[in-house]
Design a protein around this ligand. Sequence first.
Ligand SMILES: [Zn+2]
Length: 162
Amino acid sequence: MPIVVSIRQLAKGQVRFRGELPVPELDIDTLDEMLQVREPLVYDLAVQMAGAQLLITGQLRLILDCQCVRCLRAFRHELLLSGPLFSLPLEGEDAVPVINECVDLTPFLREDILLAFPQHPVCGPECPGVPPGAAKGKARGRTATHGLKGASVWSELNKLKL
Ligand SMILES: [Zn+2]
């Protein structure tokens, strides 16, 4: 079930959402082999209308399966966002789509979570570091933007063919 809020209901007051969003519906493409999403997103949200805006507060919790970029060890990272999360304009150029007087919050939650993803997941302060003779190529190129990543893979393949 997508997380959909009714404008009509909001006009009467705050609306609360609690539950879990399964992985297929969360539909996050991490574009990063070091990060995997295998657990549902747990949410506890309050949505209220303030003028021509929706204010979303509450808590988002997601367990990420990560691979340490330094020692390559698998570990789990808890992503926890709480407090004021984001606001959505109902009017103007950036207004969110309203369908049948409802707003689907799912894409905005997804965006909020992606922004909070660790850029360089490291297993912890006691990380033993790069194992000898390994990982050199793997850790490289991670600073490149996601959009360029696919292109660089292809150019690497081309190099191999030559
Ligand atoms: Zn590590």
